[in-house]
Design a protein around this ligand. Structure first.
Ligand SMILES: Cc1ncc(COP(=O)(O)O)c(C=O)c1O
Length: 374
């Protein structure tokens, strides 16, 4: 580990495989088709490991749709909060299904979608989410049609729908309750649809999640309405598989001991900051009696990953491994402060490490301007 150049997002192939096996079992038991949500994880260098267990990808933009088509294959679903007509021309080349967010978008682009199956996003007005920021049914939500009149008007143009109504839901009973309400409210439409996507946000791969019960609920729902169910796992596919490996660059003291590492929460694990959560740390050195705050090296005063107690006093050059650095991390990394971008690597089951991606000064420079000067 010492030899790995840091910072680095290190994916553990064995752990990824474990998640994939859990997803595949749930797929088998439920009859659902599983589409990887690229908004969460799009590190296509590992897609060959994921393909056997999943049925394709779902996207939020033209770039994601194209990436899914080119690197994952199988089924490509496209959804965007709002498409431009230029997007539609491009997205329809790469997608099996296009799901529109509103009736007006569906009406505008349906004539250009010949050969592509269309769907509509429904906002059921109910959800499971601990975070207002990610709650699709929050007050004044723009995500999906809310009126049954709009769904009725969409019916001649669509063969299915997407209802994303969960965020980090580990509670199967709560899911079942919400799905029963949705079945009741939209039963007439569900009977006419061929397919439905129930979106993402469900923690299928957590050890305590009752995946068998969940699969039974999906199977019964699918049979009741004669629907092909799609699920769009993002976080569940990659959770617990990856660490952000960093090196301690300095240790300072201001009441607490603070270890500054060669990464940044703002630039490299932004979701923790957005959702005001602390990082967890991995490795044998954690869980001792020497407390440290682990902080990033950007200029931001609160660029803090979290706190941990180590078995020994930390030294400059020590490795600190930050947990759960796969979902919503690599897709959100940015060049704040011009900091070195973490490389992306995978640890094979035999311990061998392959580097999948490295960024350089040229990538940083190109992200800001081309050579053209005015
Ligand atoms: C429509 C849709 N599908 C799938 C996902 C993936 O969710 P998760 O990564 O929580 O499984 C999201 C996340 O916001 C979403 O909005």
């Amino acid at each position: 580990m010492k030899k790995l150049s840091t910072p680095c997002y290190l994916i553990d192939e064995t752990k990824l495989h474990k998640n994939m096996k859990k997803l595949a079992a749930m797929r088998e038991q439920s009859g659902a088709r599983l589409l990887l949500a690229l908004k969460c994880f799009a590190t296509w260098g590992v897609f060959d490991l994921m393909k056997p267990y999943m049925d394709g990808t779902t996207s939020s933009s033209y770039y994601e749709a194209r990436l899914g088509y080119e690197t994952f294959g199988k089924e490509t679903h496209a959804y965007s909060v709002a498409y431009s007509s230029e997007d539609i021309k491009k997205v329809s080349v790469f997608s099996d299904k296009i799901i529109f967010n509103s009736l007006s978008q569906l009406r505008q682009f349906y004539p250009e979608c010949s050969g592509v199956t269309c769907g509509i996003r429904i906002n059921p007005g109910v959800s499971y989410s601990h975070f207002d920021l990610a709650d699709p049914a929050r007050t004044f939500s723009r995500l999906g049609v809310t009126s049954t009149t709009d769904i009725e008007a969409a019916m001649p143009m669509v063969s299915g729908a997407m209802i994303h109504f969960n965020c980090e839901n580990e509670d199967v009973a709560a899911f079942e309750h919400l799905l029963a309400g949705i079945s009741h409210k939209y039963g007439t439409f569900l009977e006419q649809f061929d397919w439905i996507s129930l979106g993402g946000g469900i923690s299928y791969t957590e050890d305590h999640f009752d995946a068998l019960r969940f699969a039974q609920i999906i199977k019964a729902f699918s049979q009741k309405f004669g629907l092909q169910v799609y699920l769009e796992p993002g976080e569940a596919a990659v959770t617990h598989t990856t660490t952000l490996v960093t090196t301690v660059l300095d240790i300072v003291e201001n009441t607490k001991k603070i270890a500054i590492v060669d990464a940044s929460i703002e630039a490299h694990m932004l979701d923790l900051l957005v959702y005001r959560e602390s990082a967890g740390f991995e490795g044998t050195v954690v869980r001792g009696s020497f407390p440290y705050q682990i902080a990033g090296r950007s200029c931001l005063a609160a660029d803090i990953f979290g706190e941990a107690c180590f078995q020994n006093e930390l030294q400059i050059g020590d490795t600190i491994m930050i947990k759960d650095a796969a979902g919503y991390t690599m897709v959100k990394k940015n060049w704040f402060n011009g900091l070195k971008m973490p490389s992306v690597a995978i640890m094979r089951p035999d311990g061998h490490i392959d580097v999948l991606q490295e960024s350089s000064y040229t990538d940083y420079k190109r992200s800001l301007s081309t050579e053209l000067r005015i």
